[in-house]
Design a protein around this ligand. Sequence first.
Ligand code: SF4
Length: 179
Amino acid sequence: MADKVRLGLIQLCGCSGCHISLLDLHEQLLDVLPALDIVYAPIVADVKEIPEVDVFCIEGGARNEHDEHLMHEIREKSKVVIAWGTCAVYGGIPGLANLYKTEEINTTPYYTKTTDNPGVIPENGIPKLLDTVKPVTDVIKADYILPGCPPKPALNAAAIVALLNGKDPELPKKIVCDE
Ligand code: SF4
């Protein structure tokens, strides 16, 4: 691919582990970084607007309405969207919250035996929680899924190198945490 690939990375309802897993590419990073123009990423640039990109990797699912809004905006502005990591593909650990009602999730941290809270749950300026945590693939079309918690460095590398070469990455159909 002649031009640099414009790449976006975002952390929604995830733990940053997928972003950190990029560093596990070690010296392979030096091979691919020159071909990438990372235009949106929490670890690189504090950019407010979602830019138009070639490839966007979304870590985590949608926990609140803002996450869902961002997913749609990313889909509109990206040629390729990758659901990146088990949380983005299947719900992962944040998806365990779906075992509880939203009201329980809202109130439990504010009313426990170890918290002394005046009973005011903040509301203003905080995005409303969705009824359930939704993986990326439940909200928008993902062109590729890259599962793993976090994805194996080999999978990250396979995806990046293939996309740099204008090819389809060969990714496993099913994988959660291990190969
Ligand atoms: Fe963190 Fe694992 Fe989810 Fe990635 S898939 S955001 S490493 S919990």
